[in-house]
Design a protein around this ligand. Sequence first.
Ligand code: TYM
Length: 332
Amino acid sequence: MKRVFSGVKPTGHLTLGNYLGAMRRWSTVDQHRADSLFCVVDLHALTVEHDPGRVRRLSHQAATLLLAAGLDPQVCTVFVQSHVDEHARLSYLLECVATDGEMRRMIQYKEKASAERDRGGSVRLSLLTYPVLMAADILAYGTDEVPVGDDQAQHVELTRDLAVRFNQRYGHTFVVPRATHPEVAARVMNLQEPTSKMGKSDDVGPGIVYLLDEPAVVRKKIMRAVTDSGQDVEYDREARPGVSNLLEILAACEGGNPEALAGVYESYGSLKKDTAEAVVELLRPVQQRHKELCADPAYVEGVLRDGAARAREMARPTVDGAYRAIGLLPPA
Ligand code: TYM
């Protein structure tokens, strides 16, 4: 059986982008066809300016939303990264095979570091080494596939490079994983700035649909989405980013394809209205289940405890093997 691993970072409230680009497939497809692990990667949330209480709350909320989105702890493993020491242990070894140049070439590092500097802050060293910790998350579990949105493709590519390099230098230790992306909505764009990704850590609230937004808020945000000049509903991500984004969202909700849907609509207004209703219906069961789970925090904590115990057992042999392979003396 294939091994699947993926994660979500608790740096903000989870968005429609997280759901369509990743989480929905985890619950509808991945958990049923593979031995899969889904992780709230809280250590990654410490790579930028953060408030400790907020990270804790967002981690709990993200875990609850993973379950609300349909992950079933009977068939997959749901856990929090910092509960399993193997991630940090392996990350250090991978830092010893990764290079400084490789890290500095990462698009997300460049973007986040420059945003941090623009805010007058300083760039944490952990932001530079972020992709190595992500590689450790993936490689610790002998992962075959990493279901993610488009924005993580470069990080998974780097993970492959590190796995191959480690194996060549120190003997076969890691499975070389590959990224998988959804056919539509692999990069949901901000509704107010459709040339930028809908990101949970961004400040442009009106352009971001959060999974826990009330239906009235979802409708308002989608009805006010920036559309392009011209009247025709056309699918062209370059020339018509706003309308194309709505078509992708609608196609992802309804299981159709955005080009075909473009032919169905004669006005931006009707496209927005249908997209808003489709998103409201998509989120309704997730929000309902989230409400139920919030009433039972002990259940969520139990799932995370069991998940961490299972994950630890799965990661330890590979990480111990990497320690031996790289030349460290095993404890007596
Ligand atoms: P994160 O928390 O930014 O996003 C979680 C998942 O959601 C996807 N995603 C999107 N997909 C489509 N459109 C969007 N606008 C959008 N925004 C986010 C992301 O691609 C991702 O799949 N570095 C990762 C977390 C991570 C990880 C890992 C992922 C750490 N270790 C190991 C996989 C395997 C991140 O920041 O995701």
